[in-house]
Design a binder for this molecule. Structure first.
Ligand SMILES: NC(=O)c1ccc[n+]([C@@H]2O[C@H](COP(=O)([O-])OP(=O)(O)OC[C@H]3O[C@@H](n4cnc5c(N)ncnc54)[C@H](O)[C@@H]3O)[C@@H](O)[C@H]2O)c1
Length: 406
């Protein structure tokens, strides 16, 4: 016979149907994958109305957590699109830089996922004050408020951009440290080479690779990550940083040309325009599905013994940018358009960086379930059903006007 139980937890009421075992969706304490604790928590998602935050909200609700979102619904991301957050989610419209709003949003919260950020490598190279303001000052305000309203766990969204160039070896497998390339094309093409012209082989990048910040965006993501880990360690807040690689999936802001490679390509194709591909399109990246990213955040909230750690979150698979442009065009039935290879580099971009996800697999129990090949049809369907202004040319002209395309 099923028995109903109400439980008061940090001022929140949780409802259980109890028979032979707990039957809250996904809530089986102590039996989770990757050692997940699966205790119900009230979680604040800063920037939670964005692409990743909306997917993460659903994931957390499914696993029995309560979700509160703090988001300023930035015009660049949300435009005029009506916001859809799940009905059980509490939404506070406010700015991450406003201490009073943050203090209010933290009341009764057990954990925070810090997603709020300005997100765009190219744009960060001329809207510097805006990126530093939201990303660095915003994180500082959040951390000061966390000192007064501490939580059990803080998970911060960092980025692969903190690595700069990924790891490389020479042809015989010898690791090469601190690889960088100059602006524009060199004598050997777009790839970084050793001073004597020796070609290098890109290999998966692990968390031990030293950061090398090639854009203001990367600088602010590193600063967010480190600030959270420093304050977390000193105030007893278990803190985890996830370095996300290229996230894709439905719900990414199609009309925001400053972020999301596949969203940008999709907006172009939807408007009958070729995807704009910088350099020669042979840059290597790891495309990870947003549902796998949501899984990673949930594990980072629930897993024991991961405080103070940094994890790569990718798919573990690698593609070239030209390849994904063709794959999306063909899946959208626009194969005759194909990408426009611009043969110009964008300041702040790196040539090759893709993820070694061994640490996340081992310590978090993270198991990415999606491959780009199999997830693209659903993304293409969603794009076809959307309306999107193509602002790719506009964004390119802005970069050119600032001398950031060479
Ligand atoms: N999408 C990716 O490929 C990717 C890769 C690496 C890291 N990340 C990081 O993941 C996080 C989420 O990214 P996303 O793709 O969901 O981006 P997004 O732009 O869709 O979401 C960001 C959210 O933050 C909100 N926001 C912006 N400024 C704010 C402010 N001042 N106050 C409150 N809210 C504000 C926006 O309104 C938006 O809803 C970001 O921190 C981003 O740097 C994303």
């Amino acid at each position: 016979m099923a028995v109903s139980i109400f439980l008061l937890f940090n001022n929140n009421i949780f409802f259980f149907i109890y028979g032979n075992r707990l039957a809250w969706p996904g809530l089986t304490p102590g039996s989770g994958e990757g050692g997940s604790r699966r205790m119900p928590k009230c979680l604040l998602l800063t920037g939670g109305a964005g692409f990743i935050g909306r997917h993460l909200s659903l994931e957390l609700l499914t696993y029995g957590h309560r979700v509160r979102i703090l988001d300023n619904l930035s015009e660049q991301v949300h435009g005029n699109t009506p916001l859809s957050v799940p009905p059980d989610v509490e939404l506070i419209r406010g700015d991450i830089r406003d201490p009073e709003t943050i203090a209010g949003a933290l009341k009764g919260v057990d954990g925070v996922v810090h997603l709020a950020a300005e997100v765009g490598v190219g744009q960060s190279m001329y809207e510097i004050a805006r990126y530093v303001g939201v990303n660095d000052l915003g994180t500082a305000v959040l951390l000061e408020q966390l000192i007064h309203n501490p939580v059990e766990r803080l998970v911060v969204a960092s980025s692969m951009s903190v690595y700069g160039e990924g790891r490389y070896t020479t042809g015989d497998g010898t690791p090469v440290r601190s690889v960088r390339r100059g602006v524009g094309r060199n004598a050997s093409g777009w790839d970084p080479v050793l001073p004597d012209g020796t070609r290098l082989v890109p290999v998966p990048t692990d968390e031990e690779k030293e950061p090398d910040l090639a854009s203001i965006y990367a600088l602010t993501k590193y600063s967010q990550e480190r600030s959270c880990l420093i304050i977390g360690a000193n105030y007893g807040i278990e803190t985890v940083a996830l370095r996300l690689f290229n996230v894709f999936g439905s719900g990414q802001a199609l009309s925001n040309p400053y972020t999301g490679v596949l969203a940008n390509f999709g907006a172009r194709l939807l408007n009958g325009q070729p995807p704009l591909v910088f350099e020669d399109g042979q840059q290597h990246r790891d495309f990870v599905h947003v549902s796998d990213v949501a899984q990673a955040f949930r594990l980072a909230i629930d897993s024991p013994r991961v405080a103070g750690q940094t994890f790569n979150i990718g798919s573990g698979h690698v593609y070239t940018i030209e390849q994904v442009a063709w794959m999306l065009a063909e899946t959208m039935g626009q194969g005759e358009i194909g990408p426009e290879i611009m043969d110009k580099a964008r300041a702040g971009d790196v040539r090759h960086c893709f993820a070694n996800i061994t640490k996340a697999r081992d310590l978090l129990g993270y198991h990415p379930a999606q491959r780009l090949e199999t997830a693209l049809p659903a993304l293409a369907d969603w794009i076809r059903q959307s309306t999107a202004q193509d602002r790719g040319e506009h964004a390119k002209r802005e970069l050119e006007a600032h001398g950031l395309v060479a």
